[in-house]
Each structure stands twice: as C-alpha cells, then as structure tokens.
Ligand binder design. Structure first.
Ligand code: AHM
Ligand code: MG
Length: 337
C-alpha cells in the first residue's frame, strides 16, 4: 500500500515499530514537538511583514552576526516547544552561546538536540526560502545536567537529523538512519504528510552551488574544480555546468536531494573565517547525515564530515556535499594536494 499522504507522526511511529519490533520511544514524541514548532515558524515567517517582525534586531549572536528579529523569535519558539515534554536533556542553538538547560521544574529526557532555528535568515527580507535545521543525539546515560563534553559527539552518533524549508510550500526532510523522506505541510489539515518517500541523490550532476565571490580565498583543489566547471564543454570535463546560489543551505540541500548537484562552502585560507562559514553541529553534521542517507557524499575535502568530533558548540567546518561522483572528484583533488 502506498504510504504517500501519511502524516509525519504516523510515519515515525510505524518506522519505529517496524525496527524495534516492540514499541515506540520518546523520539516520535520529540519529532512531533519539532513538527509543531516548525509549523509555528512557517506561520510566523509567512506573516512576518504583516505583523512587523521582519528586519534586523538590535542584538548580535555568539558569532558576532546581527540577529534578525525572526532569528530570536524562532529560537524562542523552538525552545518553548521542545523543553516541556521530558524528551530532551538539553539543547544547543545557533542563536545562544551556551548550552540551553531544561528548567529545573521540568522533566528531563534521554536526547540532546542542536538546531539552527532560522537558517538563511538574510533571505527573509527579500522573500526567499529560509529553514530550520536540527540534529538529535543521545544524552549519555544518567546525565541530567549535560555539559559541553556530552554534546561533543561525531555526526555518526546522530539518532535523527532533519530540516524544514519555508518556501513556496513548507517541507520537512527527515532521516533516522533508514533513508530520507520528505513531508509537505498540508495547511488545510495542519499536518506534515509524506509526499517524497525515499529521496535519493543522483550520482552525477552538471550543477554546482558556491559563493563565487569568495574565490580568492579558496585552496587550489576547489579553485581547480570550479574552474573546470566554468570552462564547461570547452574544458577537460567536456560538458557544460549550471550554477545556482540561493544563500540558504536548506534550499541548496533540498535542490541537491531532488535533482542532484554539488554544494560547496569550502575552506577559505586568507579570509576572516578560515574554516568556512557553516557550523558543524547544527548545519554541516545533520545535512551530511541526510545527504549520505540519500546516497550522496559529504566531506570537508579532507575528511568525512560525519566523522568529525566537535570541540566547540559553534565550531565551523568546510562543507562539500552532494552527488557522489562529483564530490569524490573534489576529494580526489584534495588528495593530490
Ligand atoms: P546563517 O545560519 O547565519 O543563515 O548562515 C548560513 C547560511 C547558509 O544557509 C548559506 O549556505 C550561507 O549562509 C550563505 O552564505 P553567504 O552569505 O556567503 O552567501
Ligand atoms: Mg544557519
């Protein structure tokens, strides 16, 4: 029987039952809370101009970036939806410097979460897609007040990763390590329903995404690769490439999941942000889990991103992900030096 149209909650519960064989655990409850938060965020994003919550705030986040009003509001939405049902022991957010502990009077759970509540938020005011990215980890047993060390887990330890895109439609993309499924928010019934089962990334592509204005900072392997894409049919590749840059990772990864492609935010040797721009725990790591589960590859150029054990909550890493053959080609250039 087709599972198209199944609600996200039903889908997760059935997936858990089919694997554990015994019953569901807190993960389905936690995912239901995340879905509720994302529905609220979708609503706020679509009404931001009408209700006067567009534009910049007066504060900066831990990375010194000016926060949008919606960065702060959506962070609060995530925290409020996720801290009260006893599924989590603590949270990490792009917008908050330290670990967010669950208030003392509330029950603690067995999971940890890292999230970017509104990725690509520079796009809000120009009416382009933005999104929410999250990564779920297990909290070490017996820990009720998690510390930095408890969060320092490699991407391979993730229990679940997902992201939501607030675009022409609102979509949630999810993996629990058993493939990747896409759910569309049906606003008539207020539910995410399965519309894109078993998403897979084509192994080959002729489309790349990179912020080419940073070209002067890249290392030779990335410079050479992008140069050969630009040369197209006249160069070594003997085929033409197309380029896209939305400046919203959720949209770029969604595009890669639907029609293939390669996305790069590489190492930038002489810039102020030498490790690239993207954050490991709530951007690179969850996206890498999703990309690998869809048959793609995700690397810094030198190392599989899923293997990196973080040393800091807001650590940045270079990201090169997408269609297998293309990413492996770039990794090959890094190996050649
Ligand atoms: P953000 O979390 O502050 O929104 O930054 C992350 C975003 C990604 O979604 C996107 O890939 C990148 O920043 C775009 O960077 P740039 O401004 O260099 O184009
Ligand atoms: Mg972000």
């Amino acid at each position: 029987m087709s599972s198209i149209g199944k609600s996200i909650n039903q889908f997760i519960i059935e997936q858990q039952l089919s694997h554990a064989g015994s019953g569901t655990d807190d993960l389905s409850g936690l995912l239901a809370d995340i879905a509720s938060a994302c529905k609220k965020i979708a609503h706020l994003v679509s009404r931001s101009a009408i209700i006067g919550i567009g534009g910049a705030s007066e504060s900066e986040n831990v990375q010194g970036e000016v926060q949008k009003k919606l960065d702060i509001i959506t962070n609060d939405v995530m925290v409020e939806h996720l801290n009260c049902h006893g599924y989590l022991a603590a949270m990490v957010s792009e917008e908050i410097e330290d670990i967010i502990q669950i208030p003392e009077q509330l029950p603690k759970g067995k999971y940890l979460i890292a999230f970017d509540p509104l990725d690509g938020s520079s796009n809000i005011d120009i009416n382009l897609s933005v999104g929410t990215i999250f990564s779920i980890l297990r909290c070490p047993q017996g820990v009720t007040q998690p510390t930095l060390e408890d969060f320092m887990q490699a991407g391979t330890e993730q229990v679940c990763a997902g992201f939501c895109v607030y675009g022409p439609t609102t979509m949630m993309i999810l993996t629990t390590g058993d493939g990747v499924n896409g759910f569309t928010l049906d606003r008539d019934i207020g539910e995410f329903v399965l519309t894109h089962p078993k998403m897979t990334i084509p192994e080959d592509t002729a489309e790349f995404a990179v912020n080419i204005s940073n070209q002067r900072f890249w290392e030779t392997p990335v410079k050479s690769y992008i140069e050969e894409c630009i040369q197209g049919i006249d160069g070594e590749r003997e085929k033409n490439f197309n380029m896209r840059w939305v400046a919203s990772m959720v949209s770029e990864v969604y595009r890669v999941l639907t029609r293939g492609g390669i996305f790069l935010y590489p190492l930038e040797t002489k810039s102020t942000s030498p490790n690239g721009k993207l954050r490991l725990m709530y951007e690179a790591s969850p996206m890498s889990f999703i990309v690998e589960q869809a048959g793609g590859v995700s690397s810094t150029g030198y190392q599989r991103i899923m293997d990196i054990k973080p040393t800091d909550l807001h650590q940045r890493v270079p990201v090169i992900l997408g269609s297998k053959n293309e990413v492996e080609r770039v990794i090959g250039y890094h190996e050649e030096g």
